[in-house]
Design a protein around this ligand. Sequence first.
Ligand code: ZN
Length: 66
Amino acid sequence: MTEQKSTPMIECPHCGAEMFWDDSSVFRPFCSERCKMIDFGQWANEEHSIPEELLYPESHNDPAID
Ligand SMILES: [Zn+2]
């Protein structure tokens, strides 16, 4: 079994997706720009403390709720 050590694998802190840590991973330690911006926005604005229904009340049309 041969294992390349030159390019370590890491996990995205946001979604846990595995990816290579190298110069091509421009959004490292995140797997994508989306994960990077989401995580950045959370600690920067603490939006994670705001329930989604408060942010988007119109889009939360659950028929189970009378
Ligand atoms: Zn991710």
